[in-house]
Design a protein around this ligand. Structure first.
Ligand code: AP5
Ligand code: ZN
Length: 211
């Protein structure tokens, strides 16, 4: 299974990828996580991408493509979360997959209106210990859990200004990729306003991995 998860910020790409990965064994590849890990490491590359990340801007294509590529032939099954985000990246991905002899199975687009997304992102908390994503109301972080002790922190780019910027970029550059994959017969759309569990089941059914 090789699947791309498309969708605006807060639609639940990371949330779903974590659950789908647990259910199917497919590897979760998040370019956002890769960017944040690089920043945390304090590397030169991390310093280069930090400003883009914190402002909610896209990291330049040539940098993000090189950061994502090594992961593509790292597992038999994967879920790509947050990549590609524009046509140039989609083409770079096509080329990379062709070189590797890998075929894409589906592009799943999670859809929800902007107003819901802002509400979700402002309540998002991420575990520093495990990287798991929670929401203060919809999926609260555990209290006194050995499995996930936290701390549960807010992301740097979950400010109102950076959220708005990310949503603008999504509509401008990423949303057109739905047509890109629809033309190739690979697109499935899922209503991301449903509960977290309902969305997971719908994706599994759509990609033929449902129970
Ligand atoms: P990235 O980490 O990918 O951030 P993003 O695109 O802004 O997307 P989010 O992580 O905010 O949204 P999500 O859909 O994963 O939502 P989540 O599951 O967390 O990228 C960060 C930055 O890295 C970019 O801005 C850019 O700088 C750089 N970058 C990354 N990829 C790049 C690329 N390809 N090119 C260039 N730059 C790149 O859910 C959100 C909240 O909602 C959570 O609290 C969750 O609990 C809750 N929730 C989820 N589903 C539901 C539901 N069904 N009902 C109720 N609540 C829900
Ligand atoms: Zn995410």
């Amino acid at each position: 299974m090789k699947i791309i998860l498309l969708g605006p910020q807060g639609a639940g790409k990371g949330t779903q990828a974590q659950r789908l990965s647990q259910r199917t064994g497919a590897k979760h590849i998040s370019t956002g996580d890769i960017v944040r890990a690089e920043i945390k490491s304090g590397s030169e590359l991390g310093q280069k991408v930090q400003d883009f990340n914190d402002r909610g801007e896209l990291v330049p294509d040539e940098i993000i493509v090189e950061m994502a590529k090594p992961y593509l032939d790292d597992a038999d099954a994967w879920l790509l979360d947050g990549f590609p985000r524009n046509e140039a990246q989609a083409k770079a991905l096509d080329d990379a997959l062709k070189d590797l002899g890998i075929e894409l199975d589906a592009a799943v687009a999670l859809e929800a209106p902007d107003d819901d997304l802002v509400q979700r992102l402002s309540g998002r908390r991420t575990s520093d210990a495990t990287g798991r994503v929670y929401h203060v109301e919809h999926d609260p972080p555990p209290e006194n859990s050995d499995e996930d002790p936290g701390p549960f922190v807010q992301r740097k780019d979950d400010t109102e200004e950076a959220i708005r910027r990310r949503l603008d970029i999504y509509h401008e550059q990423t949303e057109p990729l739905k047509d890109y994959y629809a033309e190739r017969g690979l697109l499935t759309t899922v209503d991301a306003r449903q509960s977290i569990d309902e969305v997971t089941e719908e994706i599994l059914a759509a990609v033929g991995e449902g129970r």
